[in-house]
Design a protein around this ligand. Sequence first.
Ligand SMILES: Cc1cc2nc3c(=O)[nH]c(=O)nc-3n(C[C@H](O)[C@H](O)[C@H](O)COP(=O)(O)O)c2cc1C
Length: 172
Amino acid sequence: MDKIAILYGPQGGSTEKVARMLAKAFGEDQVVLIPVKNAYENDLAPFSKIIFGGPTVGTHTWSDTSTKNDWDIFLTRLYKMDLTGKTCAVFGLGDQVSYSFKFVDDLGVIAGQLTAAGARLVGQVESDGYTFDDSQAYKDKKFLGLPIDEDNEPEKTPERISRWVEILKTEF
Ligand SMILES: Cc1cc2nc3c(=O)[nH]c(=O)nc-3n(C[C@H](O)[C@H](O)[C@H](O)COP(=O)(O)O)c2cc1C
């Protein structure tokens, strides 16, 4: 199997924790972990399979030029990339309780940008087991990637990851 790139950001929180759990689940020798803020199109060139991960921290921040988080920085590059021929998947960190109407919204934003860049998107997930009111990541009764809620349901994370990895192994 070709190596998989996992692009994640920010570093040091739940997103990085989940990125590392995913790497373990695939087998660390099968995966290259890359902080998203350091990633340019050239860095993605060797990979045909790429997983992207990020939290939702209020979509307003992504268009607010006064604050630049890791995904703000990377999205300005992603807008210009051609990902034709690449197969991509997305995981998103969120909080179903405090942000029930915007649960993992940015997973949907990232997925939309990847599709717009020409990538084939895989790794959709059923909503069983999640409790939320609305999400930009929820389309046609499925999530466009893997939602993870480390704030309220950390105990569900290992199983969610191992189920998703099995899905990706067949769809990648
Ligand atoms: C300011 C702020 C805004 C947030 N907005 C949302 C949101 O709109 N939707 C959501 O699902 N989670 C939201 N969250 C929850 C985060 O996505 C969640 O805590 C995530 O695990 C943080 O990941 P990190 O530790 O990698 O930064 C928000 C958290 C913060 C601090």
